[in-house]
Design a binder for this molecule. Structure first.
Ligand code: DX5
Ligand code: ZN
Length: 227
């Protein structure tokens, strides 16, 4: 966990959404050099897409050499989120917009089940509304596309939220990792790194590359150079 701006090491989290779902174990092995494996859980209600749930995450956990970063794009996250911690995910992120009660209650339950707790914000959701709540979270996921699909264009207009979050961390008001998700690739990662992100989710930029390991190393070097 980083609490200031000194010597941040960028983390790369390939998104399995862009992998071949018929060969998940092989696809996980191809990104073993990454820091976290980002797993997008979608319920066809919170977002207009359906992916996978706890049984598949549990199966991935069993074969993954790197920690799982579960991004829950689902309704009723308070009901389902702790289950992903129970199967061993390192970080479990819920959407602020999906929480019906106080997101801090969900954070508490995720942590009690053994994982880091993350809060995600859609592009149009203001950070200000959650600045206090975020004191109880370990990660903040700033969406840089509308959640639901891989391969969309990066929304640079969201970067002020990343900058504000970085300021809050640097000032000691928050103690969390700032994660960006959506449209991160060789053309956009430097902007996100300069704005202050710590964790970079990349789906198509990693799985669409001929050599995912090489793509991960290149993205990491770019982020480190721009931070
Ligand atoms: C989108 C997902 C992302 C997605 C990113 O809703 O949350 O994690 O896989 O894919 P790219 O990197 O292709 O934008
Ligand atoms: Zn995601």
């Amino acid at each position: 966990m980083h609490s200031d701006d000194g010597a941040r090491t960028p983390m790369i989290a390939p998104s399995l959404l862009s992998a071949d779902f018929a060969r998940l174990a092989d696809e996980v092995a191809r990104v073993a050099d990454a820091d976290w494996l980002h797993v997008d859980v979608m319920d066809a209600h919170f977002v207009p897409n359906l992916t996978l749930g706890r049984p598949v995450v549990e199966a991935i956990q069993a074969v993954s050499p790197i920690p799982l970063d579960c991004h829950l794009m689902i309704e009723a996250p308070e009901r389902w989120a702790p289950g992903y911690a129970e199967v061993g995910a390192r970080n479990v992120t819920v959407h602020a917009e999906a929480c019906t009660g106080d997101p801090r209650d969900v954070a508490r339950d995720i942590r009690a089940a053994g994982a880091l707790a993350g809060l995600a914000l859609k592009p149009g959701t203001p950070l200000e509304r959650y600045e206090d709540v975020l004191r109880d979270f370990d990660t903040l996921l700033v969406m840089t596309v509308e959640p639901g699909f891989g391969g969309q264009a990066f929304m640079a207009e969201v970067l002020p939220k990343v900058r504000r979050a970085r300021e809050l961390v640097a000032a000691g008001h928050l103690r969390l990792l700032v994660e960006v998700d959506g449209g991160i690739n060789a053309d956009t990662i430097e902007q996100a790194a300069a704005a202050g992100a710590d964790v970079f989710v990349a789906g198509s930029a990693v799985y669409g590359a001929d050599d995912p390991a090489r793509a991960i190393a290149a993205l990491r070097a770019q982020a480190a150079g721009a931070a």
